[in-house]
Design a protein around this ligand. Structure first.
Ligand code: MUC
Ligand code: MG
Length: 366
């Protein structure tokens, strides 16, 4: 089986309401659908969500790098030769979402060829993931309303609250309002997307000490090297590295330097192959991991769920798998459903993704 063609199709689907956080905001899912074709007719599918404010990739850059740089490197290879694909794509620095989409589409093909789901191939630990919902910036009342609606409609009881605004008292008030409204049974954790300094972060953590937060993510920049290390040493809960530790080397550096004590794994930027490397690295070091969300659509959500459910360590805590709820539509013939606070992985071969041709025709931008 040989790779014969790679399609990179830009599409845009508006959000019902924008998601706002310290490093940016998302109003429309301007993603790239990646389809890898093979000579025996199997096609692998994945989605690349650019986050220009974090990694510098844009929809146009992903289409261009796939067309001009990565596709010529993989044409003629077998989808089973994943290490060769990685060695070739890895020569280019950066472009994580473009590389990850190629990797996940190859796993989709491998699953279809083997007649097994990607979750089974990766580890087969379970068939579902508990879901954590990300609550973006708004007034405390609006944030509470959203969390209550999501709990009632989808049974979700874990919430990641975006923080990192100034003054930090705004976020402290929002977290307090969420705890008071939702009670002690929900899990709350915070993600600052590098919005605060180390001292602002320390002050905010002290002010929220009684709220029972479980994780603190990227409260200040990792490049504030000594300040961040100082903060992490004082942080009473695991401090998650997300955008500061996206590759195995960065994970090692951040953890060994004492700049993080937990790691967010996002299949949108490390695919399945590198996500697995990061996961096993964290497992060996005894560090907690979270399945994060790069503001994925439903295709990306299925990828995150497939990976999370495959492994014990990722399945034991809720994964951030609900951002697609803010989108007005998606591309799948069979939409992703969250019920009882969980999402089930598809047991069809590969990722179980079928694209609705009419929806794709409607939303594609090329
Ligand atoms: C997160 O965990 O930071 C925001 C930007 C991005 O790339 O992911 C989201 C959520
Ligand atoms: Mg984050």
């Amino acid at each position: 089986m040989k790779i014969t063609r790679v399609e990179a199709i830009p599409f845009a689907i508006p959000y019902r309401k924008p998601l706002r956080f310290a490093s940016g905001e998302v109003h429309s899912a301007e993603h790239v659908l990646v389809r890898v074709h093979t000579d025996d007719g199997l096609v692998g599918v994945a989605e690349a969500p650019p986050r220009p404010f974090t990694y510098g990739e844009t929809q146009a850059s992903i289409v261009a790098v796939l067309r001009d740089v990565f596709t010529p490197e993989v044409l003629g290879l077998s989808p089973w030769e994943r290490e060769v694909v990685h060695a070739r794509l890895g020569r280019t620095v950066g472009n994580p979402a473009a590389k990850a989409a190629v990797d996940m589409a190859l796993w989709d093909i491998i699953g279809k060829a083997a007649g097994r789901s990607v979750t089974e191939l990766l580890g087969g630990y379970t068939d579902h993931m508990r879901v954590a919902h990300m609550v973006g910036f708004a007034s405390p009342e609006q944030m509470v309303d959203e969390a209550q609606r999501v709990r009632t409609e989808y049974g979700i009881t874990t919430f990641k609250v975006k923080v990192g605004r100034r003054p930090a008292t705004v976020d402290v008030a929002a977290c307090r309002a969420l705890r008071e409204a939702l009670g002690d049974d929900v899990e709350l954790y915070v993600d600052g997307n590098r919005g605060w300094t180390a001292s602002e972060s320390a002050r905010a953590l002290r002010a929220m000490d009684d709220l029972g937060l479980t994780l603190a993510e990227e409260l200040c920049p990792a490049d504030d090297v000594l300040g961040r290390r100082w903060l992490v040493q004082r942080c009473p809960i695991p401090f998650v590295a997300d955008e500061s530790a996206t590759r195995p080397g960065e994970v090692t550096r951040e953890l060994l330097a004492g700049s993080a004590t937990a790691i967010s794994i996002k299949t949108a930027r490390t695919g399945f192959s590198t996500s697995q490397r990061v996961l096993f690295q964290c497992e060996g070091l005894g560090v907690e991991v979270v399945i994060g969300n790069q503001v994925d659509g439903q295709i990306g959500t299925l990828c995150g769920a497939a990976f999370g459910a495959a492994h014990r360590l990722t399945a034991q805590r809720a994964g951030e798998l609900s951002n697609f709820l803010d989108m007005s539509d998606d591309l799948l013939t069979e939409p992703v459903r969250i019920t009882g606070g969980t999402v089930r992985v598809r047991d069809e071969p590969g990722l179980g993704i079928e694209i609705d041709p009419d929806k794709l025709a409607h939303y594609r931008q090329d």
